[in-house]
Design a protein around this ligand. Structure first.
Ligand code: 6PG
Length: 468
């Protein structure tokens, strides 16, 4: 046995991660059923003398024990079939790392099934796309802590670095790695939708052309809104279309697809009763975008949005609104993690998660530094907005946010996530909500009982007193 690590699945992500590992001096090998993938892999890996296997037994035999095998195959049943092919060939103490976007409940099941057989199973989220895999992703491995010691050095070597710190850490028990990656993607959906809405305001609210829009995003990316998604968004507005000679972005269909991780985030949040309405709204808005025919029909029936009436410093207000909504989106994602850590006993270190998201991943952003600081100061912080430093910044961005949201709403522009951010925040800072009325109604029609503010206990009232 000569190789330290093996990869199953030599598509772009698998290939790139393996090349990254080889660059860092690790002896690695790959397995893929497809001859074409193998050829690609050996071609690209020529400089490293990389060889792939098409026979799974030969592949497993080539690995040093305890064997460490990384799976980068599409999430779903393929993961199970690869595991059942591998499992008879493995021995106690071997490690399998599933690096796809698997649902965390699948990961929990596989973790327990393999644990019974003495095999360590890690669910590990990887973020950063093709570039990240090749030159430094952010990685979120969860599973057995002792087994992590075998892969720690390699993962730290191949990960992205921020100020020399690796963007990987042991996330926690069981399926926590995939849970955290799923939540990362939920935040990703929210930020992407906020960028789309900022574009909508600039384009249809203010009548900006693509060059002007590009300049706004560019300016923002030089300030506190600096992030990977802002950076690629500003660059989108530079790309021309070969076919029409115009901007490529203008000829792309306005129907957003998804592979499910955003939806899962919302589904789980509902299950564990955590409010993450910006993420929910981002998922729903992608679904709304798919109703193209209906939207066009209703556009004709109800008419266009108006140009916004705006003040001179409106772009500054928009920057504040973006900051505010973005902060709310991260805060909701972190809040979900905080609760999941309790409910599923993941033992998450929130500061460490913020820390490894600062580089390599799709949601990397300047703002994560602030999040990192807040959780470092108070590791059990329930909500990001309970941090006094964040509170100051949120207070300062409120005026601009209210101006942007109300102007857009008055003009009839659709800004669902900006609005969701503001209404979430306003609700969260309402010391006494009108939910006493909801409780009264529930007790009225269904005898569902209520609690009182002035004494302990469960009460039921006779509500039918209107005629008495
Ligand atoms: C990442 C991305 C990656 C993938 C998304 C796309 O972190 O590198 O999140 O995992 O590009 O899952 O998701 P949708 O296809 O659902 O937009």
């Amino acid at each position: 046995a000569q190789f330290a690590f093996g990869m199953v699945g030599l598509g772009t992500m698998g290939r790139n991660l393996l090349l990254n590992m080889a660059d860092n001096g690790f002896a690695v090998t790959g397995y893929d059923k497809s001859e074409k993938m193998l050829q690609f892999f050996e071609e690209e890996g020529k400089a490293h003398n990389l060889k792939g296997f098409s026979d799974i037994e030969d592949f497993v035999q080539s690995l040093q024990t305890p064997r460490t095998i990384i799976l980068l195959v599409p999430a779903g049943p393929i993961v199970d079939s690869v595991i059942s092919e591998l499992q008879p060939l493995l021995t106690k103490g071997d490690i399998i790392i599933d690096s796809g976007n698997s649902h965390f409940t699948d990961t929990s099941r596989r973790y327990l099934e393999l644990k019974d057989k003495g095999i360590h199973f890690f669910g590990m989220g990887i973020s950063g796309g093709e570039e990240g895999a090749r030159f430094g992703p952010s990685m979120m491995p969860g599973g057995d802590k002792q087994a992590y010691a075998h892969v720690k050095e390699m993962l730290e070597a191949v990960s992205a670095k921020v100020n020399g710190d690796p963007c990987v850490t042991y996330i926690g028990a069981g399926a926590s790695g995939h849970f955290v990656k799923m939540t990362h993607n939920g935040i990703e959906y929210a930020i992407m939708q906020l960028l789309a809405e900022a574009y909508e305001i600039l384009k249809n609210g203010l009548g900006y052309d693509n060059n002007q829009i590009q300049q706004v995003f560019e300016k923002w990316n030089n300030g506190r809104l600096k992030s990977f998604l802002m950076e690629i968004t500003k660059d989108v507005f530079l790309v021309k279309d070969d076919k029409t000679g115009g901007f490529l972005v203008d000829v792309i269909k306005d129907e957003a697809k998804s592979k499910g991780t955003g939806k899962w985030t919302s589904q789980v949040a509902m299950d564990i009763e955590m409010p993450i309405p910006i993420i929910d709204t981002a998922v729903s808005t992608r679904n709304l975008s798919k109703l193209k025919k209906l939207r066009v029909e209703l556009d004709e029936a109800f008419g266009d949005a108006e140009k916004m009436k705006v003040s001179a410093n409106f772009i500054d207000d928009l920057e504040e609104a973006f900051y505010f909504a973005m902060a709310n989106a991260y805060a909701q994602g972190m809040h979900l993690l905080w609760k999941a850590s309790i409910d599923y006993e993941y033992g998450l270190n929130m500061a460490e998660i913020a820390k490894i998201w600062r580089g390599g991943c799709i949601i990397r952003a300047e703002f994560l530094e602030d999040i990192y600081q807040a959780y470092q100061k108070k590791p059990d912080l329930e909500h990001l907005f309970a941090d006094s430093g964040i509170q100051q910044k949120i207070k300062q961005s409120l005026k601009g946010t209210r101006n942007v949201v109300s102007s857009a709403i008055n003009a009839g522009l659709a800004i669902p996530c900006f609005a969701a951010a503001l209404t979430y925040f306003d609700t969260l800072k309402t010391g006494r909500m009108p939910s006493n009325l909801t409780q009264a109604q529930r007790d009225f029609f269904g005898a569902h009982t209520f609690e009182r503010i002035d004494c302990e206990g469960i009460f039921h009232a006779n509500w039918n007193q209107k005629n008495s």
